[in-house]
Design a protein around this ligand. Structure first.
Ligand code: RIB
Length: 335
């Protein structure tokens, strides 16, 4: 039989409410009583029923992170920041992979709401219908969107300055003398990616000697980077530099370069986005745009915790974190 709070109270010779306050660092319990209750609870191997406690406090001390695909190491670092921040408030983090499939995404959200999570951190609502989005706004549980710019007024958002990242990538390639430049990126509806593309293309077109880059859209993963760059180099072998919309796509472009016998950076320069850990390990180490992934996860949970604690002041908040060019060995000079 599971030990209940009643057993701890009986064994300690105090009432249930004193046990509850003693175990939850509540008010009005003298230190000796607290020590006694804690030692009895430990001796009896008592485990508090957090579901029952949640009914009293209105908090489940769990929150969820819904990402498109945890296999992208970008999300692992975000998840780490989010989990560490959640722990500061004794919260567990539940992880869900949505593949950005709107049906699966809504199924997860409904199940999480039924579990009474304190908040949901999700990397996009863009695939959802207007009705589903309205349902999320009305659901009463704080939601923070990751990778979305403040354009979404209904939700809190946390993102890196994606447009500035695109600008940095373009400036770097221009500085190295590249003129035949391409950009391989994901589907058009991803706001964070379009921001990168906008900054990149605009900077190239505004240069003293303007450059019009080739932009190719496809799957936002290793295979996408590999196949788009294969198509690009077959149709435009004169290309000297590629900006990939994330590091995983850049790894796909490295694969294509190897398959075609091209040397990086001698024959082809390559720049990524994210600065995941593997980017400094591959050969040659990848020049990329760093986004503060851990801090993004942390910031998103900080917002969720604030919104979960203060139900009367649920004004959405948006944070944009800075990006930085990390210069390694995958970009070379062109004369
Ligand atoms: O959708 C995942 C991607 O978006 C990551 O690779 C990272 O670039 C993020 O902003």
């Amino acid at each position: 039989m599971a030990i209940t709070i009643k057993d701890v109270a009986r064994e300690s010779g105090v009432n249930i409410s004193t046990v509850s306050r003693a175990l939850n660092n509540g008010y009005g319990v003298n230190p000796q009583t607290r020590d006694l209750v804690v030692s009895v609870a430990s001796r009896l191997n008592y485990r508090p029923n957090r579901v029952a406690r949640g009914l009293v406090t209105g908090r489940s001390h769990s929150m969820a992170l819904v990402v498109s695909d945890i296999r992208n190491p970008f999300f692992a670092e975000v998840a780490r920041g989010a989990a560490d921040a959640a722990r500061t408030d004794n919260c567990d983090l539940i992880l869900c992979n949505s593949d950005l499939d709107p049906v699966r995404q809504m199924e997860y959200v409904k199940s999480l709401l039924e579990k009474r999570v304190d908040g949901i951190l999700m990397n996009s609502v863009s695939p959802l219908s207007a009705e589903d989005q309205a349902e999320l706004v009305e659901c009463g549980v704080p939601i923070v969107l990751l990778n979305r710019s403040a354009a979404s007024k209904a939700f809190s958002t946390v993102s890196a300055d994606n447009e500035a990242g695109g600008v940095l990538a373009a400036q770097h390639l221009l500085k190295l003398g590249h003129r035949k430049i391409a950009h391989v990126t994901g589907p058009r509806q991803h706001g964070n990616l379009s921001d990168r593309t906008r900054g990149f293309v605009q900077t190239l077109e505004d240069a003293p000697r303007p450059v019009t880059p080739i932009v190719l859209h496809g799957p936002f993963n290793f295979e996408g980077g590999r196949d788009l760059s294969a198509r690009l180099l077959a149709e435009h072998p004169e290309t000297t530099a590629i900006f990939a919309a994330n590091d995983v796509m850049a790894f796909g472009a490295v694969r294509t370069a190897l398959d075609r016998g091209l040397r990086i950076p001698e024959d082809l320069s390559l720049i990524g986005f994210d600065n995941i850990e593997f980017s400094s390990i591959i050969h040659p180490p990848l020049t990329t745009i760093h986004q503060p992934k851990y801090e993004m996860g942390q910031a998103a949970v900080e917002i969720l915790l604030r919104l979960a604690r203060d139900k009367t002041r649920r004004t959405p908040e948006s944070r944009v974190l800075g990006v930085e060019l990390i210069e390694r060995q995958s970009c070379g000079r062109r004369s």
